[in-house]
Design a protein around this ligand. Structure first.
Ligand SMILES: Nc1ncnc2c1ncn2[C@@H]1O[C@H](COP(=O)(O)OP(=O)(O)O)[C@@H](O)[C@H]1O
Ligand SMILES: [Mg+2]
Length: 322
């Protein structure tokens, strides 16, 4: 494994490697059998279910912490059993939860996922997913992280208008920023995104999202347009792995073949964390994508966003790092 210098920046000046705003929620995943619901009071039987912490940013945070990055989530959970589950999962993964508040006035968000194996449909109650505002983000924290990861951009309405100022504060402290918008349920792809992109160091959409963000007809046209704006563009391509693009470089990295695929919930978020592990360790972009791809693929072996995530020891074995 090659490094172009152990760390980007002076990590020991900072309390955290990565912080992210938490879209705190649980996923109830129904899978197998008749997972497509039918009205008219039809009762259908599914093969299995799992109840697990969901949320792109919180799943991302768990994978980042499992890779040894010092990771904090800023967020809220409800004073309910789902809130307990989220706090336990984050803590067990090694995430710093000192900035996750319990709030009696809000209910923990939930997504009901109907999973066919190759595709999924979701119904979401927002609750704590969109509970944090600018007042919940301590200014001191923004200067004390090496990196800010922004996810679920279109699900977090309260914090979205403040991302520009938040990103500027992180950058003023010498930090870098990544953005994984995920899908925009309104499919408008605005919300200040165009103005934010020039401040983003690493943009990590999937194929559908990259076309929507660029307003382009093809993935290639979207890449050609966005690579002029962001220094590093990663396009996640499901079972086909990922490609990474910068001004002077293009790389394609395959997915890891998974024989017993359970579901792809959280694969993109785990990919993001793996990529950033490489990025924050100043590895070449192709290595970053390789680690991301391993994280995204291995996750698919277990149900839900976090159970299948790889640890640092496992990934070091797979990439031949000491
Ligand atoms: N069916 C699959 N088999 C193996 N790996 C997969 C599969 N689906 C996703 N992955 C891995 O997870 C990564 C991210 O998943 P992807 O579905 O592209 O992201 P997102 O969830 O953001 O749409 C992929 O780049 C790939 O490495
Ligand atoms: Mg995604």
């Amino acid at each position: 494994m090659t490094h172009s210098g152990r760390w980007r920046g002076n990590d020991m000046d900072k309390d955290y490697d990565v912080i992210t705003m938490g879209d705190c929620c649980v996923d109830l995943i129904l899978s197998g059998g008749s997972v497509v619901p039918e009205f008219g009071q039809k009762e259908k039987v599914v093969d299995n279910y799992s109840l697990e912490m969901g949320g792109s940013c919180t799943i991302f945070a768990c994978q980042a912490a499992k890779l040894g990055l010092r990771t904090a989530v800023i967020g809220k959970v409800g004073d309910d059993p789902f809130g307990d589950l989220i706090l336990r999962r984050l803590s067990d993964a090694g995430v710093d939860v000192s900035h996750v508040a319990r709030d009696e006035s809000v209910r923990t968000g939930i997504t009901v996922v109907m999973n066919t194996g190759s595709d999924r449909a979701m119904l979401t109650y927002t609750g704590t997913i969109d509970a944090i505002g600018r007042e919940d983000v301590p200014d001191g924290l923004l200067g004390s992280t090496r990196h800010l990861h922004v996810g679920s951009y279109y699900l977090m309405d309260r914090i979205r208008p403040h991302y520009r100022g938040i990103i500027e504060a992180v950058k003023a402290g010498g930090g870098t920023v990544s953005l994984d918008t995920n899908w925009d349920p309104a499919e408008r792809w605005d919300g200040g995104l165009k103005a934010l992109l020039p401040l983003v160091d690493v943009l990590m959409p999937n194929e559908n999202e990259v076309m929507a963000i660029a307003g382009a007809e093809t993935v290639d046209a979207a890449i050609n347009s966005l690579r002029e704006t962001v220094p590093v563009l990663v396009v996640k391509r499901g079972k086909d792995g990922a490609t990474v693009h910068s001004r002077g470089e293009d790389h394609a990295v395959p997915a890891v073949k998974v024989d017993a695929l359970v579901d792809t919930v959280g694969s993109g978020d785990s990919f993001d964390a793996g990529f950033l592990y490489g990025y924050l360790n100043a590895m070449p972009l192709v290595e970053c994508a390789r680690i991301g791809s391993i994280c995204g693929s291995i996750k698919t072996r277990a149900a839900g966003g976090i159970a299948g995530q790889v640890t640092l020891a496992e990934i070091r074995g797979m990439i031949g790092e000491e």
